[in-house]
Design a protein around this ligand. Structure first.
Ligand SMILES: [Cu+2]
Length: 395
């Protein structure tokens, strides 16, 4: 029986909060979809949109289609608690596994709501710092939609040990592997974009490259969890905790940090201390791996998750993780210190400090109210660096 059914804590208020937040997420998605369809400048065809916008567009569809399931689920909890209707409580004729299904039908796609925008960020950063047109524009745009679609069909891979028919396990395992295809398409296209590019190493690129490395570990450990045989061995162990952090922190987190370092000069019209940004990135990256990699190892050895105590054979792994967490925290503090300090004290920059080709770099930094001075003109594609004027070039 779900804990939320019988606990005396104030679950009903909490689920109302989740319900309202869910609406906020749905309306955000609706807003992005409508904006992309109705408010693009007329010259901007679908294939001229920055791929970050494509990523947000795909994400918005997941928000609109998956979040209502969460809303309905918490509503059902509320109804069961308030009126005693048997939905999930077996004593009342309900089905607890149904609750788990409903939860994951939303919560697996929620992972993509977090990670697909980060993939969009990486897609913007890599061509800018490779000074090269993105490789496979259509494949990247389409793979965002494919991830959104395929990612909606795989939720029960969280439930191999909950009691499910072997046929269902096989199908969900197969579908989970399908998601690896559009994800790999993106990774191959990023690497192909870097190939023979004139690469300029700057803080945003370091975060984008870290994303590829860490998210690949997150994705590949996901395949170990997605195939039923190996999942049963590592289910509910630290392997899952390690995998999850490589995906969400290494993926979404590093994508977000990359975005902050990429668009910071546009937002504030000032540049952070680049040297300090590189140092804090290095500390963060090293600390991250020292913190999370041992989790994969002790998880494989059988260390269960959600326990505060453990057998002596797991001690070394936990100790290394703890030291890693201090290093990671140091990197985070340095990074935020640098960014916050530079909001007021950073060196002033022009409209396009990276020499990027997308439209937002043609407006002053910080942008005026309504973003552009007059009507913006589309004179080049989003990755057409030959069209970037001389004075906007990277210096
Ligand atoms: Cu999942």
């Amino acid at each position: 029986m779900p804990f939320s059914e019988f606990t005396t804590t104030n679950v009903s208020v909490a689920v109302i909060g989740v319900f309202i937040l869910g609406f906020s997420s749905i309306l955000t998605g609706l807003n992005f979809i409508t904006t992309v369809h109705r408010l693009k400048m007329p010259e901007m065809k679908w294939t001229k949109m920055p791929l970050f916008v494509w990523a947000l567009y795909a994400t918005a569809w997941i928000q609109v289609l998956a979040t209502p399931i969460l809303g309905i689920t918490v509503l059902l909890i509320f109804v069961e608690r308030m009126f005693g209707i048997g939905l999930f409580d077996p004593a009342k004729g309900g089905d607890p596994i149904l609750y788990q299904h409903l939860f994951w039908i939303y919560s697996h796609p929620a992972v993509y709501i977090m990670v697909v925008p980060a993939m969009g960020v990486v897609t913007e950063i890599i061509p800018t710092f490779a000074r090269k047109h993105i490789f496979g524009y259509k494949a990247i745009a389409f793979s965002s939609l494919a991830i959104a679609f395929a990612g909606s069909l795989v939720w029960a891979h969280h439930m191999y040990t909950s009691g499910m028919s072997d046929t269902a396990v096989l199908i969900f395992s197969f579908l989970t592997f399908i998601v690896a295809i559009p994800t790999a398409i993106k990774v191959f296209n990023w690497v192909a974009t870097l190939y023979k590019g004139s690469i300029v190493i700057e803080p945003p690129l370091l975060y984008a490259l870290s994303f590829i490395f860490l998210f690949s570990i997150g994705g590949l450990t996901g395949l170990i969890l997605g195939s039923a045989g190996t999942d049963i061995h590592v289910h509910d162990t630290y392997f899952v905790v390690g995998h999850f952090h490589y995906t969400i922190f290494g993926g979404t987190g590093f994508g977000f940090f990359g975005a902050m370092h990429y668009w910071f000069p546009k937002i504030y019209g000032r540049m952070y201390n680049k040297k300090l940004a590189v140092i804090s990135w290095a500390i963060l990256f090293v600390g991250f791996n020292i913190l999370y990699f041992p989790m994969l190892v002790i998880g494989m050895m059988g260390m269960p998750r959600r326990y505060y105590d453990y057998l002596p054979q797991y001690h070394t792994g936990h100790l290394i993780s703890t030291i890693g967490s201090w290093i990671l925290a140091t990197g985070l503090l340095l990074m935020f210190y640098n960014l916050f300090k530079s909001i007021k004290h950073g060196e002033k920059v022009g409209k396009s400090p990276w020499g990027a080709a997308t439209l937002e770099w043609t407006t002053p930094s910080p942008p005026p109210t309504l973003n552009f001075v007059g009507e913006p003109k589309l004179t080049r594609g989003p990755y057409d660096y030959k069209g970037v004027e001389e004075d906007e070039q990277y210096t």
